[in-house]
Design a protein around this ligand. Structure first.
Ligand SMILES: Nc1ncnc2c1ncn2[C@@H]1O[C@H](COP(=O)(O)OP(=O)(O)OP(=O)(O)O)[C@@H](O)[C@H]1O
Length: 231
């Protein structure tokens, strides 16, 4: 579904990604792992359309998208939950969710009750401001906002960062459930090895902008994967 081949990215003279390739398939989770600053977010931003590689290709559902702007990719089913969540603190939970409407046709501009089934706390807090939510609740809101767009590719950039363990478990269950539905590909950036390991079907491990390990979970050496993300 999503295929990334040999992409190179530069920030000025500094090369952030070197010939990076990976893929994401329907009903599967590809975990992108690596230490701080190795290029994980840059890779996600290339898929979402916020960073333009100088070389290589990205195709989504068989079509090249590298020149498509971010809003078009969102309309074509690619949803990005950025690192740090980036919810709107002064908008209510309901209004934050409604910002996702921009990517969908008029008839789909409703909040699917399933979203509140997945995240009941958001229903209870729907009239509260986003900024009043805990970090974990904000992460749930950011994922829910992405789901409003009915994505077929969900990009999650470090969803466990700064979140208390009980909510991490809830988020893990939701991500597993979305995968198991079988109609969505998921790209998951993580530094928390156990979380990634429980969820991943495939791994892509980056180090200094390069893929140093990749493969299906039952074929890669998990201790090697772990070693690459230990500080
Ligand atoms: N906008 C930018 N301008 C210049 N350099 C950048 C920019 N964004 C990222 N970088 C640099 O590119 C490299 C990769 O950064 P990136 O954020 O993609 O890594 P990461 O693996 O996601 O790190 P983290 O886990 O800390 O989020 C780093 O050296 C970073 O300093």
């Amino acid at each position: 579904m999503l295929e990334i081949n040999d992409i190179d990215v530069y920030y000025g003279a500094s090369q952030a990604l070197k010939k990076v390739s990976t893929r994401a398939d329907k009903g599967k989770i590809t975990a992108v792992l690596g230490r701080n600053g190795v290029g994980k977010t840059t890779l996600m931003q290339c898929v979402a359309g916020h960073v333009l590689p100088v070389d290589g290709s990205i195709s989504w559902q068989g079509k090249p998208i590298i020149n498509d702007p971010a809003h078009l990719r969102a309309r074509h089913g690619i949803a990005y939950v950025p690192q740090g969540r980036q919810i709107f603190p002064l908008l209510t939970v309901q209004e934050n969710l409604e910002t996702g409407y921009a990517c969908v046709s008029r008839k789909h501009r409703v909040i699917d009750p399933e979203i509140f089934d997945l995240f009941p706390v958001l229903h209870d807090m729907r009239h509260r401001r986003g900024g009043d939510l805990s970090g974990g609740q904000q992460q749930q809101l950011a994922i829910a906002r992405a789901l409003i767009t009915r994505p077929e590719l969900l990009i999650l950039d470090e969803p466990t960062e700064g979140i208390q363990p009980s909510i991490i478990k809830d988020i893990q269950q939701v991500i597993a459930m979305l995968r198991d539905r079988g109609d969505m590909a998921i790209l998951l950036v993580e530094q928390y090895f156990e979380f990634a390991c429980e969820l991943a079907d495939n791994f892509t491990v980056l180090d200094r902008g390069e893929v140093v390990l990749e493969g299906e979970k039952d074929k890669v050496n998990l201790e090697q994967v772990r070693a690459h993300i230990m500080v």
